[in-house]
Write a protein that binds this ligand. Structure first.
Ligand code: NAP
Length: 345
């Protein structure tokens, strides 16, 4: 299997560390470059990074010296986990310099020529890469993004419903983990014994990204799916794993069994990081729970439970995903695997 050299922008952060962890022993990607802020530049990764994941920092990464977030880096593609205000300029600069940029940040997600990719759902949106290259003169470079981590928990079951029954409207309440705010994130004084009813900038993302993800790609543009989303986003005292409480109205009628089948039969892919089950349905009345279900499918499976007819909408359910794996680094790596598979890299 051919190996590609990868760089990580924002390597020392919460998502950057997940990249380092998930890419250890990856059959297609070797990390050859790390980049972060001035605080870290010039230091070996082991010194620059306050490692916060379970288990030791992998040996292979410790001596790599952190570089500035400027092209060129010694690699074939870059993963970006930069804050969005920094990502806008930097990711554009890497794409212009000919690098495939596979980003977690929100900076380019809603640009009309940038794929907002979930490989199992909308691989055909990769057709936008050619449009993007021509429009911006990127040469071999391009930008592909993955969705907001909260969206990742419920876009897959929504996609399953939209394919079969057409979604009309969605009411969602998200309960988002502390690691979603990066490190050091929310202060312990604010989050212990508490629920925070505000995450800056989150509700507009949750209300708009799903329509693009579930949109149709034709003639070089994405026609967004035609449904409305109303969202409230909360930060809760959970370390990893975003939960979404979802109510959905459908355009076509369906039985509960039909809805359940649509979700559980939604196929996974055959890429290295693909989970066996893309969506796992659980029957137990008290599941999904972040602590018990976030690691399903090595953090790449979406777990859905509490599926019932709803008194106001048609159906309600609870969906959960691991925010730094399926909601961030794991999704970006899966995106890169798809890009290799489809010969974009
Ligand atoms: P984080 O823990 O705060 O890490 C930020 C990273 O970016 C660090 O490596 C930091 O380097 C670097 N950085 C910050 N400011 C910089 C600057 N001015 N120039 C160069 N590098 C800079 O944040 P995170 O949680 O990993 O999130 C990173 C991105 O992923 C954000 O866009 C976020 O919205 C997105 N995202 C996060 C999650 C999640 O669950 N956490 C999920 C999906 C998407 P230093 O260590 O040197 O400061």
């Amino acid at each position: 299997m051919k190996k590609y050299r990868v760089g990580i922008l924002g390597a020392t952060g919460t998502v950057g560390q997940r990249f380092v962890q998930l890419l250890e022993n990856h059959p297609q990607f070797d990390i050859t470059a790390l980049a972060a802020s001035d605080r870290s530049v010039g230091k070996p990764f082991a010194e620059a990074c306050a490692w916060k994941l379970a288990g030791a920092m992998p040996e292979y990464i410790k001596e790599i010296v952190v570089q500035p977030i400027e092209p060129p880096l010694d690699c074939d593609l870059v993963f970006s986990s930069l804050p969005s205000n920094v990502a806008r300029e930097t990711e554009g600069a890497f794409a212009r310099a000919g690098f495939p940029v596979i980003s977690n940040s929100s900076a380019y997600r809603m640009e009309e020529d940038v794929p907002l990719l979930i490989p199992e759902i909308n691989a055909e949106h990769l057709g936008l890469i050619e449009v993007q290259r021509q429009r911006h003169g990127f040469g071999k470079g391009f930008i592909v993004t993955n969705p907001n981590c909260a969206i990742m928990s419920f876009a897959p079951p929504l996609a399953a419903l939209n394919r079969k029954f057409s979604v009309e409207s969605v009411f969602v309440t998200t309960m988002q983990a502390i690691s979603g705010a990066g490190y050091p994130g929310v202060s312990s004084f604010d989050i212990i014994d508490n629920v925070l009813p505000y995450i800056a900038g989150e509700e507009p993302k949750v209300e708009t990204e799903a329509q693009k993800i579930l949109g149709e790609f034709s003639n070089g543009v994405i026609e967004k799916a035609d449904f409305t989303v109303s969202a409230q986003c909360f930060r809760v005292n959970v370390l990893d794993g975003h939960t979404a409480s979802v109510r959905v109205k459908l355009k076509q009628t369906s039985t509960l069994e039909g809805v359940m089948k649509a979700m559980s039969n939604f196929p996974s892919l055959n890429l290295y990081s693909s989970p066996k089950e893309f969506i796992r349905m659980c029957d137990e009345p008290s599941r999904p729970q972040p602590r018990l279900d976030r690691d399903n499918g090595d953090g790449m499976t979406i777990t859905v439970g509490r599926l019932f007819p709803d008194n106001i909408f048609d159906y309600r359910f609870v969906a959960l995903s691991h925010n730094t794996v399926r909601g961030a680094a794991g999704s970006a790596i899966l995106n890169a695997e798809l890009l290799v598979d489809k010969d974009f890299i």
